[in-house]
Design a protein around this ligand. Structure first.
Ligand code: PEP
Ligand code: MN
Length: 264
Protein backbone atom coordinates (compact mmCIF):
# COMPACT_ATOMS: atom_id res chain seq x y z
CA UNK A 1 0.00 0.00 0.00
CA UNK A 2 3.08 2.26 0.28
CA UNK A 3 2.74 3.58 -3.26
CA UNK A 4 -1.02 3.34 -3.74
CA UNK A 5 -2.05 6.75 -5.07
CA UNK A 6 -5.73 5.76 -4.94
CA UNK A 7 -5.68 6.32 -1.18
CA UNK A 8 -6.17 10.02 -1.90
CA UNK A 9 -9.07 9.57 -4.32
CA UNK A 10 -11.82 10.29 -1.80
CA UNK A 11 -10.10 13.47 -0.63
CA UNK A 12 -9.38 14.66 -4.18
CA UNK A 13 -13.01 14.01 -5.11
CA UNK A 14 -14.11 16.57 -2.51
CA UNK A 15 -12.35 19.18 -4.65
CA UNK A 16 -11.47 21.39 -1.71
CA UNK A 17 -9.27 24.45 -2.02
CA UNK A 18 -8.44 24.25 1.68
CA UNK A 19 -7.75 21.51 4.24
CA UNK A 20 -10.56 19.09 5.03
CA UNK A 21 -12.65 19.98 8.09
CA UNK A 22 -14.67 17.50 10.12
CA UNK A 23 -16.59 19.13 12.97
CA UNK A 24 -19.39 18.39 15.40
CA UNK A 25 -19.91 17.40 19.02
CA UNK A 26 -17.89 14.80 20.88
CA UNK A 27 -21.19 12.99 21.50
CA UNK A 28 -24.68 13.09 20.10
CA UNK A 29 -26.75 13.95 23.18
CA UNK A 30 -30.27 14.75 22.02
CA UNK A 31 -31.97 15.11 18.65
CA UNK A 32 -32.29 18.83 19.26
CA UNK A 33 -28.57 19.23 20.10
CA UNK A 34 -27.51 17.32 16.95
CA UNK A 35 -29.83 19.31 14.69
CA UNK A 36 -28.89 22.69 16.17
CA UNK A 37 -25.14 22.09 15.77
CA UNK A 38 -25.53 20.66 12.26
CA UNK A 39 -27.56 23.70 11.18
CA UNK A 40 -24.88 26.02 12.56
CA UNK A 41 -22.18 24.14 10.67
CA UNK A 42 -23.95 23.84 7.32
CA UNK A 43 -23.09 26.26 4.49
CA UNK A 44 -19.51 26.37 5.71
CA UNK A 45 -16.26 24.67 4.82
CA UNK A 46 -17.09 21.78 7.14
CA UNK A 47 -17.18 18.70 4.91
CA UNK A 48 -18.34 16.10 7.42
CA UNK A 49 -20.36 16.30 10.63
CA UNK A 50 -18.96 14.20 13.46
CA UNK A 51 -20.77 12.87 16.54
CA UNK A 52 -20.08 9.88 18.77
CA UNK A 53 -23.01 7.53 19.31
CA UNK A 54 -21.17 4.85 21.28
CA UNK A 55 -18.59 6.41 23.59
CA UNK A 56 -15.66 4.30 24.78
CA UNK A 57 -15.07 5.74 28.23
CA UNK A 58 -11.83 4.87 29.96
CA UNK A 59 -13.66 4.24 33.23
CA UNK A 60 -17.27 3.17 33.87
CA UNK A 61 -19.86 5.50 35.27
CA UNK A 62 -19.65 8.25 32.67
CA UNK A 63 -21.97 8.91 29.75
CA UNK A 64 -21.47 6.01 27.33
CA UNK A 65 -23.35 7.40 24.37
CA UNK A 66 -26.99 7.43 23.31
CA UNK A 67 -26.60 4.31 21.18
CA UNK A 68 -28.39 3.39 17.96
CA UNK A 69 -31.19 5.96 18.39
CA UNK A 70 -28.57 8.60 17.59
CA UNK A 71 -28.22 7.21 14.08
CA UNK A 72 -31.76 8.39 13.34
CA UNK A 73 -30.87 11.89 14.54
CA UNK A 74 -27.84 11.91 12.27
CA UNK A 75 -29.95 10.76 9.33
CA UNK A 76 -32.32 13.62 10.02
CA UNK A 77 -29.44 16.11 10.36
CA UNK A 78 -28.06 14.92 7.03
CA UNK A 79 -31.45 15.24 5.33
CA UNK A 80 -31.95 18.75 6.70
CA UNK A 81 -28.45 20.15 6.16
CA UNK A 82 -26.89 18.04 3.42
CA UNK A 83 -23.87 17.39 5.66
CA UNK A 84 -22.44 13.86 5.37
CA UNK A 85 -22.11 12.10 8.72
CA UNK A 86 -19.12 10.59 10.55
CA UNK A 87 -19.25 8.32 13.60
CA UNK A 88 -16.95 6.07 15.61
CA UNK A 89 -17.36 2.30 15.26
CA UNK A 90 -15.77 -0.19 17.64
CA UNK A 91 -17.21 -3.56 16.60
CA UNK A 92 -19.07 -5.38 13.81
CA UNK A 93 -22.50 -4.50 15.24
CA UNK A 94 -21.66 -0.80 15.10
CA UNK A 95 -20.52 -1.23 11.50
CA UNK A 96 -23.72 -3.03 10.51
CA UNK A 97 -25.92 -0.33 12.07
CA UNK A 98 -23.82 2.47 10.56
CA UNK A 99 -24.12 0.95 7.09
CA UNK A 100 -27.87 0.40 7.52
CA UNK A 101 -28.24 4.10 8.35
CA UNK A 102 -26.03 5.21 5.48
CA UNK A 103 -23.36 6.87 7.60
CA UNK A 104 -20.72 8.29 5.26
CA UNK A 105 -17.52 8.17 7.29
CA UNK A 106 -16.58 5.62 9.95
CA UNK A 107 -13.66 6.16 12.27
CA UNK A 108 -11.88 3.72 14.53
CA UNK A 109 -11.16 5.25 17.93
CA UNK A 110 -7.88 5.25 19.83
CA UNK A 111 -9.08 2.62 22.28
CA UNK A 112 -10.01 0.29 19.44
CA UNK A 113 -6.89 0.69 17.29
CA UNK A 114 -4.93 -0.90 20.14
CA UNK A 115 -6.86 -4.14 19.66
CA UNK A 116 -6.04 -6.10 16.48
CA UNK A 117 -8.99 -8.49 17.08
CA UNK A 118 -11.44 -5.58 17.13
CA UNK A 119 -9.85 -3.89 14.10
CA UNK A 120 -9.93 -7.16 12.14
CA UNK A 121 -13.60 -7.67 13.04
CA UNK A 122 -14.36 -4.16 11.76
CA UNK A 123 -12.30 -4.73 8.60
CA UNK A 124 -14.18 -7.97 7.90
CA UNK A 125 -17.55 -6.29 8.47
CA UNK A 126 -16.58 -3.50 6.08
CA UNK A 127 -14.92 -5.65 3.42
CA UNK A 128 -14.56 -3.81 0.08
CA UNK A 129 -16.67 -0.88 1.27
CA UNK A 130 -16.34 2.43 -0.50
CA UNK A 131 -17.20 4.30 2.69
CA UNK A 132 -14.43 6.50 4.06
CA UNK A 133 -12.72 4.82 7.00
CA UNK A 134 -10.38 6.79 9.28
CA UNK A 135 -8.06 5.19 11.80
CA UNK A 136 -7.09 7.12 14.91
CA UNK A 137 -3.69 6.39 16.37
CA UNK A 138 -3.72 3.95 19.29
CA UNK A 139 -3.79 5.47 22.77
CA UNK A 140 -0.14 4.52 23.33
CA UNK A 141 2.72 5.81 21.16
CA UNK A 142 3.07 2.66 19.07
CA UNK A 143 3.44 3.42 15.38
CA UNK A 144 3.39 -0.25 14.33
CA UNK A 145 -0.03 -0.73 15.93
CA UNK A 146 -1.38 2.29 14.02
CA UNK A 147 0.10 1.03 10.74
CA UNK A 148 -1.18 -2.48 11.47
CA UNK A 149 -4.73 -1.21 11.90
CA UNK A 150 -4.58 0.67 8.60
CA UNK A 151 -3.12 -2.40 6.85
CA UNK A 152 -5.92 -4.64 8.14
CA UNK A 153 -8.46 -2.34 6.47
CA UNK A 154 -6.40 -2.10 3.29
CA UNK A 155 -6.11 -5.88 3.14
CA UNK A 156 -9.91 -6.08 3.41
CA UNK A 157 -10.13 -4.17 0.13
CA UNK A 158 -10.87 -0.76 1.65
CA UNK A 159 -9.19 2.10 -0.23
CA UNK A 160 -10.97 5.22 1.01
CA UNK A 161 -8.72 5.39 4.04
CA UNK A 162 -7.21 8.06 6.25
CA UNK A 163 -5.34 8.42 9.53
CA UNK A 164 -6.27 10.67 12.44
CA UNK A 165 -3.57 11.91 14.81
CA UNK A 166 -5.17 12.44 18.24
CA UNK A 167 -2.06 12.41 20.42
CA UNK A 168 -0.73 9.78 22.81
CA UNK A 169 -1.39 8.98 26.40
CA UNK A 170 1.37 9.70 28.91
CA UNK A 171 1.79 9.31 32.63
CA UNK A 172 3.69 12.60 32.77
CA UNK A 173 1.82 15.79 33.65
CA UNK A 174 1.89 17.94 30.51
CA UNK A 175 -0.17 20.84 29.25
CA UNK A 176 -1.73 18.46 26.74
CA UNK A 177 -4.23 15.75 27.50
CA UNK A 178 -2.46 13.54 24.95
CA UNK A 179 1.06 14.49 23.90
CA UNK A 180 1.42 15.03 20.15
CA UNK A 181 4.70 13.12 19.61
CA UNK A 182 4.75 14.71 16.15
CA UNK A 183 7.52 12.39 14.97
CA UNK A 184 5.10 9.42 14.85
CA UNK A 185 2.59 10.92 12.38
CA UNK A 186 5.52 12.38 10.42
CA UNK A 187 6.93 8.88 10.07
CA UNK A 188 3.50 7.60 9.04
CA UNK A 189 3.34 10.39 6.44
CA UNK A 190 6.75 9.49 5.01
CA UNK A 191 5.82 5.82 4.86
CA UNK A 192 2.38 6.34 3.28
CA UNK A 193 2.66 9.70 1.48
CA UNK A 194 -0.73 9.27 -0.20
CA UNK A 195 -2.65 8.36 2.94
CA UNK A 196 -4.64 11.43 4.04
CA UNK A 197 -3.62 12.58 7.52
CA UNK A 198 -6.01 14.52 9.73
CA UNK A 199 -5.11 16.29 12.97
CA UNK A 200 -7.37 16.08 16.02
CA UNK A 201 -6.39 19.10 18.15
CA UNK A 202 -9.44 18.57 20.39
CA UNK A 203 -8.21 15.25 21.77
CA UNK A 204 -4.53 16.21 21.71
CA UNK A 205 -5.07 19.31 23.82
CA UNK A 206 -8.10 18.45 25.93
CA UNK A 207 -8.56 22.21 26.36
CA UNK A 208 -10.06 24.73 24.02
CA UNK A 209 -7.45 27.47 24.58
CA UNK A 210 -4.73 25.32 22.96
CA UNK A 211 -6.68 24.18 19.91
CA UNK A 212 -5.46 26.99 17.72
CA UNK A 213 -1.73 26.41 18.31
CA UNK A 214 -1.99 22.67 17.73
CA UNK A 215 -4.16 23.15 14.63
CA UNK A 216 -1.53 25.51 13.25
CA UNK A 217 1.25 23.03 13.94
CA UNK A 218 -0.66 20.30 12.09
CA UNK A 219 -1.31 22.56 9.11
CA UNK A 220 2.33 23.66 9.04
CA UNK A 221 3.24 19.96 8.81
CA UNK A 222 1.01 19.75 5.75
CA UNK A 223 -1.77 17.70 7.31
CA UNK A 224 -4.69 17.18 4.95
CA UNK A 225 -7.31 18.27 7.44
CA UNK A 226 -8.56 18.77 10.97
CA UNK A 227 -11.27 17.14 13.06
CA UNK A 228 -12.50 19.53 15.73
CA UNK A 229 -15.17 19.06 18.37
CA UNK A 230 -17.83 21.74 18.24
CA UNK A 231 -20.89 22.08 20.47
CA UNK A 232 -23.54 24.79 20.89
CA UNK A 233 -23.06 24.74 24.69
CA UNK A 234 -19.53 23.40 25.25
CA UNK A 235 -19.43 23.85 29.03
CA UNK A 236 -22.48 21.67 29.43
CA UNK A 237 -21.44 18.97 26.96
CA UNK A 238 -21.98 15.43 28.22
CA UNK A 239 -18.42 14.42 27.28
CA UNK A 240 -15.17 16.30 26.64
CA UNK A 241 -16.67 19.62 27.79
CA UNK A 242 -13.29 21.35 28.32
CA UNK A 243 -12.16 20.97 24.72
CA UNK A 244 -15.28 21.72 22.68
CA UNK A 245 -15.80 25.08 20.99
CA UNK A 246 -18.91 26.75 19.62
CA UNK A 247 -19.46 26.93 15.84
CA UNK A 248 -18.84 30.69 16.16
CA UNK A 249 -15.45 30.15 17.81
CA UNK A 250 -14.69 27.51 15.17
CA UNK A 251 -15.34 30.07 12.46
CA UNK A 252 -13.00 32.56 14.14
CA UNK A 253 -10.35 29.85 14.53
CA UNK A 254 -10.35 29.26 10.79
CA UNK A 255 -10.08 32.97 10.11
CA UNK A 256 -6.99 33.10 12.31
CA UNK A 257 -5.20 29.98 11.09
CA UNK A 258 -2.58 30.43 8.39
CA UNK A 259 -3.42 27.99 5.66
CA UNK A 260 -4.45 27.48 2.12
CA UNK A 261 -7.71 29.39 1.91
CA UNK A 262 -10.22 28.16 4.46
CA UNK A 263 -13.32 29.90 5.70
CA UNK A 264 -16.19 28.57 7.75
C1 PEP B 1 -13.75 11.02 20.08
O1 PEP B 1 -13.38 11.33 18.92
O2 PEP B 1 -14.68 11.58 20.67
C2 PEP B 1 -12.94 10.02 20.81
C3 PEP B 1 -13.48 9.21 21.72
O3 PEP B 1 -11.66 10.08 20.50
P1 PEP B 1 -10.40 9.15 20.81
O4 PEP B 1 -10.73 7.79 20.29
O5 PEP B 1 -9.34 9.83 20.04
O6 PEP B 1 -10.17 9.20 22.30
MN1 MN C 1 -14.33 13.48 22.35
Amino acid sequence: MENDKSLRNWLNALNLNHPLVIAGPCSAETEDQVLKIAHELKNSDVSFFRAGIWKPRTRPGGFEGVGAIGLKWLQKAKAETGLPMAIEVANATHVKLALEHDIDVLWIGARTTVNPFAVQEIADALENTDKIVLVKNPVNPDLALWIGGIERLYNAGIRNLGAIHRGFSTYEKTKYRNIPEWQLPIELQSRFPDLPLIGDPSHITGRRDLIQEVSQQALDLNYDGLIIESHIDPDNAWSDAAQQITPTVLKKLFEDLRMRKLTV
